[in-house]
Design a protein around this ligand. Structure first.
Ligand SMILES: Cc1cc2nc3c(=O)[nH]c(=O)nc-3n(C[C@H](O)[C@H](O)[C@H](O)COP(=O)(O)OP(=O)(O)OC[C@H]3O[C@@H](n4cnc5c(N)ncnc54)[C@H](O)[C@@H]3O)c2cc1C
Length: 479
């Protein structure tokens, strides 16, 4: 019999694609390698019983603001966002931490001599932030808000370091911008790293970066539950390794890396396209630690406990040097560390009085170096006494991530380098990047625009592309 669409992988993009297809009237089957749906949004007791850690994604500005997820009835399917008091705390040596509040004015007031400059940079984008996000998170095309996009694009195309240095005079605002820009996983001197810095600041002034109640897996479960109400089917524990594993359908959407697409679908894709998929660049990996803690993290500036995410890396210069070192294949002594403290806001994450800690830093692709001491030293620098609170630790290196999910090639967590070329031409330069030369095969993972993060927009756009074709195709096996 077969179905209209088979989706390989149930990450946020695979599930978003399945839902968009089902909403468009298609019958849908999702095949997932792991025993549970979710991909980058899983939660597990990684350290001790009762401590629920987010294995991958931890804080969700893109999830709560996703133009597609916001249209879905995910709350009815159990998803509850918990908003912290602030999105980011950025501690600095020997002075109060910079805090990124939802209020533009309150944030600006904490930036000393850059108070007015910060306001001037962000305010124009806060007039219609959701409109801007709709355009930024879409595939390259004619924007709905061309003037706003032009204004954003002229700044966003710059490097995070260049933009921060030219707009701000003081270390505080520059450090805040650098921390947000470092989410790009690009060297901060590289063009377009400014886009991520700016975008993340904008999101924080619209919604505090939330955590999902009970763990990020709640997002996956809500998506899967809604998909089932639309008649979609999900088979977990089903790894696709070749075309022979795929049942008959009209279209196939791969929520996988370009490398896996090239491997699995090689017999039905032209050699030239396969060569281009194999040239795709994945970029640095991550080294991640999760801790079971005896109490909250003892930050020198206790206001750091108010933020879901803490950026540890000091000044712009220090963060830029650390990220540049990673791109040279080095392991900096003082890496830029992204820390999330979910249990501070969600009591379901740890037993009474106890806490979870989650932190990672960027490392060269495929690195096998144990950075436990380096990472903990960076936390200890801003939270003396942190180590004494550790009850148990769990470590994931790039090879652990790749084993956990083959999409994380070399430990790269956001679907591949998003530099000036690959941010838009992902996985290859094509008018419709979700399509492939085979009219029945699509890619819908974070290796398509708009790239990494839990927003489902890659899946949504890929599904729209597939829906335009589906009626003209026969149900058949893919051989
Ligand atoms: C450590 C870490 C921290 C992160 N932090 C954040 C964060 O705080 N906020 C944020 O928004 N994003 C974060 N991300 C990024 C985010 O998780 C990813 O960008 C997002 O999950 C990508 O979604 P996806 O659907 O494209 O792919 P994935 O989430 O990778 O899902 C792909 C799914 O496909 C399955 N699969 C793969 N190959 C096959 C196969 N051959 N057969 C069957 N199934 C297969 C996998 O098992 C997986 O379930 C983080 C990622 C990591 C690893």
């Amino acid at each position: 019999m077969g179905q209209d669409a088979v989706i390989i992988g149930s990450g946020p993009n695979g599930l978003a694609a399945a839902i968009a297809l089902a909403e468009g009237g298609a019958s849908v089957l999702v095949l997932e390698a792991m025993d549970e749906v979710g991909g980058g949004i899983r939660t597990a007791e990684l350290t001790l019983p009762g401590f629920n850690h987010d294995v991958c994604s931890g804080a969700h500005p893109m999830g709560i603001l996703s133009p597609y997820f916001s249209k879905l009835p995910l709350a009815e399917h159990g998803l509850e966002w918990i908003r912290p008091s602030a999105s980011v705390a950025h501690p600095l040596d020997d002075e109060p931490a910079v805090i990124l509040w939802r209020s533009l004015d309150e944030t600006a007031r904490g930036l000393g001599l850059d108070e007015e400059r910060y306001r001037r940079l962000l305010a124009p984008f806060l007039e219609n932030p959701r409109g801007l996000l709709g355009d930024v998170l879409g595939p390259l095309g004619v924007p709905r808000h061309p003037l706003l996009m032009l204004r954003f694009g002229l700044k966003a195309i710059r490097s995070a370091a260049g933009l921060a240095r030219s707009r701000f005079r003081g270390a505080r605002a520059r450090a805040l911008f650098a921390g947000c820009g470092a989410h790009s996983i690009l060297p901060l001197e590289r063009m377009l790293s400014g886009a991520v810095g700016l975008l993340f600041l904008i999101t924080a002034h619209v919604e505090e970066w939330p955590v999902a109640k009970g763990g990020s897996i709640a997002i996956g479960r809500a998506l899967a539950s809604y998909l089932r109400t639309l008649g979609g089917r999900i088979e977990t524990g089903t790894r696709v390794t070749s075309l022979a594993d795929l049942p008959a359908a009209r279209v196939y959407l791969f929520d996988t890396s370009p490398a896996q697409l090239a491997e699995i679908a090689a017999p039905v894709l032209p050699a030239k396209y396969l060569r281009r998929l194999r040239r795709y660049r994945y970029g640095p990996g991550v080294f991640k630690m999760d801790w079971a803690l005896d109490g909250p993290i003892p930050w020198k500036d206790p206001r750091c406990l108010l933020a879901s995410t803490v950026h540890l890396g000091g000044t712009l210069e220090e963060i830029a040097a650390a990220e540049a070192a990673v791109w040279r294949g080095e392991h900096p002594d003082r890496p830029f560390v992204l820390l999330v403290q979910q249990s501070q806001f969600d009591p379901n994450r740890a037993p009474d009085g106890k806490h979870t800690g989650y932190a990672y830093c960027h490392v060269p692709p495929g690195s096998t170096v144990d950075l436990t001491k380096v990472l903990e030293r960076q936390v200890e620098r801003f939270a003396p006494g942190f180590r004494e609170r550790i009850l148990a630790r769990h470590v994931m290196r790039p090879d652990d991530f790749e084993r956990h999910n083959p999409n994380y090639v070399g430990g790269a967590i956001t679907g591949g380098v998003a530099d000036l070329f690959q941010a838009f031409a992902r996985p290859v330069a094509r008018l419709d990047p979700y399509s492939t030369p085979n009219p029945r095969v699509f890619l819908c993972s974070a290796s398509t625009p708009p790239g990494g993060g839990v927003h489902g927009m890659c899946g949504y756009h890929a599904a729209r592309s597939a829906l335009r074709r589906i009626a003209r195709l026969e149900v058949a096996t893919l051989r």
